[in-house]
Design a protein around this ligand. Sequence first.
Ligand code: ADP
Ligand code: G6P
Length: 477
Amino acid sequence: MSAKSSLVVVANRLPVDRVTGPDGSVTWRRSPGGLVTAMQPVLSTQRGTWIGWLGDTSPHGAPAPEPFQLEDFRLRPVPLTSEEVTRYYEGFSNSSLWPLYHDAVEPALFKRRWWDAYQRVNQRFAEAAAEEAADGATVWVQDYQLQLVPDLLRQMRPDLRIGFFLHIPFPPFELFMQLPRRAEVMRGLLGADLVGFQRPLGTRNFVNLARHVLDLKTHGNTVLLEDGRKVVADAFPISIDVAEIERLAQSAEVQARAKQIRTDLGDPKTLILGVDRLDYTKGIERRFKAFRELLSEGRLSVPDTVMVQVATPSRERVEHYQSLRNKVEREVGRINGEYGQVGVPAVHYLHQSYNRAELTALYCAADVMVVTPLRDGMNLVAKEYVAARIDDRGTLVLSEFAGAIDELRQAFACNPHDLDGLKQTLLRAVRAPEAEVRRRMRMMRRHLRAHDVERWAASFLTALGGDNHTQLQNSRF
Ligand code: ADP
Ligand code: G6P
């Protein structure tokens, strides 16, 4: 059996991180974030190869760790030195691109040496993909960390079908034009045959930029390159493995754990839940402020109402994230100091990672889920919460700035910048009559069941090359 794959996924991260203990022992931990949540079921079904970073650092010049098998697919690690982690991952990816693509809710920083590392690492990922892909294979490149890979790969392997999917928003002209290397980034993306976005607006921004930055002709969603090649852009709203979450939610263990959580919290009338990576795009401070003001005005009170906020540690060496953590923790201290009672804090703040069963138990235990990003490509947490509510209970407060709002139309929509509006919406969600709660949740669940991650991947791969996709469904690497 050849090691070459007919489907190769290239993403900055592998679905697991390697954690080396002080005694040198190695353990594996699921890596955080929506990308892994979405891609893991896709690759399991398709039995392809996943190329990515293991989340640790390798000494300069050290040999790359060998590919290995995980469940139904093959993993090919790409090593990064600590300098590359600083410049490519924390620097260009997460201090330049991440804020810029999220409406610059924090200022984007640019340093020339970060760009050099971004190019070098993108080249390494492209080389790994060129080695792993079988003749005429499909290579699916993921997210903002690897925007140069499609073009680099096409130069090495013109026989491949290359797709690119951006998991985060694609910014409008006014913001993208700040990027010092905007033309190179556009050229990198245009190496793909198909460029996918979460929302139609991302597609429009991309086509518009191809015209204005590179002076290319466009026709509808298609960009025409100088050599006659056509690149199609389109929206493919990502989803989750709905059946997996439903299975978890139905299990006796998760149901028992959900009950236990409520008991441990003192059986509040209303449990408000937030689950996010600790990221400044998620609007965590806005929701705390709304909650604090509602407590101070007496419109909510402890112990009837308590809040649980899971804040998964993320990008902890990047300055914006460090200052966010300080601000969030100060605010939690303030709310608990002013409104908590002995044995009953107003906010239970958990700066930890949890497994999927525990997260699902939290979703099942909640009465109100608050998802208030200032900008978010999709937000899979909102979809997971809905999928977990097999009892048709629970309300969802969802920001108008999350991609998920296009589909979860029965959520209580809010503008997190409008504090009074957010407070009103939160109260409406807390006080919604049971019949309305059930009606809303039922409709959202119905939508999700018909639009799960398998359908998302199938529609992308079909658009990338219909025949190829059918073959892929029957093939093994
Ligand atoms: P982002 O991709 O920006 O992190 P999403 O909401 O789209 O945001 O996806 C987050 C994913 O990470 C979800 O699948 C969620 O279940 C998972 N997740 C969030 N918090 C934790 C945690 N503490 N431990 C493990 N996984 C988590
Ligand atoms: C978002 C991004 C992913 C990223 C994830 C976790 O979902 O779109 O590309 O993997 O956040 O962030 P991290 O920096 O830990 O990989």
